[in-house]
Unconditional design. Sequence first.
Length: 229
Amino acid sequence: MSDRDDVGAIVPHDEAYSERQIAWLNEYCTDRSVLDVGAGEGRVAAVVAAVASRYVALDHDPIALEQCAACCEGIEVVEADMHDPPLGGQQFDAVLCLGNTFCLLWDVEQAVTTLRAWRALITERGVLVIDDIPQNLWPEVADGYWASGISEDGGTQLVWKADDAVMALRTGDQIDPELPTISDGDRPMRLWTMGCMTLAAKLAGFEPPENIREANILVLRLATSVRPD
């Protein structure tokens, strides 16, 4: 099972959300080169690859990549870790990290390092596109959702780090009512705030995230200090 399965179990994209997101991407990515980091089975690639000048789908899960390639003609697939894609020298007009995959970058220092690696893959006027995690998820937390505990059916347990916006999902034999906070055996995910996201972007050489509300995405552009006019 891929890491993204855990993310999808906690923060799935509903159909309307996905349609708005893909509609924006379909327009923006037309005749542009695209790198889809954490492409999975091709939710985005199935539509956007048809309009892009080049589409590279990267994922660490070979089964997901196989399914992605089967549904999307003309794409290139790369089986690799998203933290440091082995694409030396190549650059793209758009790097996508969608499906809430960015939540898997729970350690801020590692996230900054990963963002720097992605920045090197972006053309001078290119963009990084990620889900608008702060807008999509934090209002639900403020309203009382996402509380720690075991689901009514007993099948899942949601736990939080005691001193940070980091959570984990436990299922099956992993569930432990006596351990209500994250432990070493859990797979952590960060629920990014806009402040934390902005700081990570700045440290990695990006401008502050631009909120595209109608598409539920954040767009990051190279900072002017690293993007000569």
